[in-house]
Write a protein that binds this ligand. Structure first.
Ligand code: SAH
Ligand code: SF4
Length: 374
């Protein structure tokens, strides 16, 4: 069921319209008011370049036109419920949406660039057993505007706090982006063509929704793909990721081959390492085999503990290193991903999990992140 807020009949959210749709909607609006055509371009500039927060900000429009825009359209901005800043600079926002739903996004500064990790759904329906978002369940789909609004509001915050410009965007916050394709693909276009973020600087992370991977492969832009693999063998993977039963590894690999063959689009495998669960060195060989097939880069990530799996711990650092060097020896590029934001509940979905628990104390509470986080 599509309950995305962009679908509402009245007052479309301009933030979620791709640049062509935005221009068409504005041109029709101004034409009906007998206004010159350039007004549409003026408004588009306010949205994409000045990231105006409201129609009132659009000061080179006559007041009557600002009022008319506000009656016809919305600029649906989220409200920052909280901002948590880590000692390492990682900054996590919890956004309150118009209907009260909560989503989070994370700004991750490194010396070379500023990356924004954003959410594509409120919660997630995939139920992966190691993921905080999975355990809080599914709230609803986000509209394209609500995805883009995380970028706009984060960029505004980043500028105000000396973080500079967002250079990379990853869809690795809450939710499964390829289970919300209509809004996610629209948001990709808006970020790419509207805000001018290069397609190669945008990564969509999926747990393996095969039709979505094929759709992304067929697109002309070179958006990047991260596959949350977490296990190279189907039986083991199914213990971590229920979707494995629906799209088992052989089918998934076939889709990835298609993505790889589409050219110029590097695939990354995400591999969260859980001690005694998926970190047996015997798995290095099959993992290297899969990565080599589609020329994937492998990110090894220490598991961030969640309260619903009290026995699961992150693999020790030397095991991650053993995987990394084992993969490299087999000709596969790999990196150990540094935990970021360890002091601010930085694991996927934890802020929302905590906030929901404050609303409903019967829900389990995500604990403060321990020694590692993604
Ligand atoms: N649904 C998409 C994108 C959001 S999850 C996906 O699964 O790819 C973003 C990343 O966080 C995924 O790679 C996921 O596997 C990882 N992740 C989730 N829970 C984690 C945890 N407890 N510790 C470490 N990484 C985790
Ligand atoms: Fe959803 Fe990704 Fe978490 Fe799985 S890992 S429950 S797909 S957010």
């Amino acid at each position: 069921m599509d309950r995305s807020p962009d679908a509402g009949p009245d007052r479309p959210d301009l933030l979620g319209l791709d640049p062509d749709a935005l221009s068409a909607a504005l041109r029709a609006h101004f034409e009906s008011r007998g206004q010159p055509e350039y007004r549409a371009r003026q408004v588009a500039r306010w949205i994409y370049e000045a990231r105006a927060e409201s129609f009132d900000d659009m000061t080179d429009l006559p007041a009557a036109e600002r009022g008319a825009l506000a009656e016809a359209f919305e600029l649906r901005e989220p409200r920052a419920e909280s901002v948590a800043r880590s000692a390492d600079g990682t900054a996590k926002h919890l956004w309150r949406l118009a209907d009260g739903e909560l989503v989070e996004s994370v700004l991750i500064p490194t010396p070379r660039r500023l990356t924004l990790c954003l959410s594509s759904q409120a919660g997630c329906a995939m139920g992966c057993t190691f993921c905080a978002t999975g355990w809080t369940g599914f709230g609803r789909q986000l509209g394209a505007g609500e995805i883009v609004a995380q970028y706009r509001a984060s960029q505004r915050w980043a500028e105000a706090h000396g973080y500079g410009r967002i250079g990379n965007v990853v869809y690795m916050g809450m939710g499964e982006p390829l289970a919300n394709r209509r809004a996610v693909f629209a948001s990709l276009e808006v970020l790419n063509r509207g805000y001018g973020l290069g397609a190669r600087r945008i990564t969509v992370s999926t747990v393996g929704v095969v039709p979505g991977i094929l759709e992304l492969a067929a697109r002309p832009e070179q958006f990047r793909l991260a596959l949350s693999l977490h296990a190279p063998l189907s039986e083991l993977r199914a213990r971590l990721i229920p979707l494995e039963r629906r799209y088992p590894l052989p089918e998934l690999m076939e889709a990835l081959r298609r993505f790889d063959q589409a050219g110029g689009k590097r695939i990354t495998f995400e591999y969260t390492m859980i001690a005694g669960v998926n970190d047996d060195p015997a798995l290095i060989d099959p993992l290297a085999g899969l990565a080599a097939e589609v020329d994937a880069f492998v990110n090894l990530i220490p598991f961030n503990p969640i309260p619903w799996q009290p026995d699961w711990r992150p693999s020790p650092a030397k095991r991650l290193e053993q995987f990394r060097s084992g993969l490299e020896r087999r000709g596969v590029s790999a990196a150990v991903r540094e935990p970021r934001g360890r002091d601010i509940d930085a694991a996927c979905g934890q802020l929302r999990a905590n906030a929901l628990v404050e609303l409903d104390p019967s829900r389990p509470r995500a604990r403060v992140a321990g020694e590692s986080s993604d």
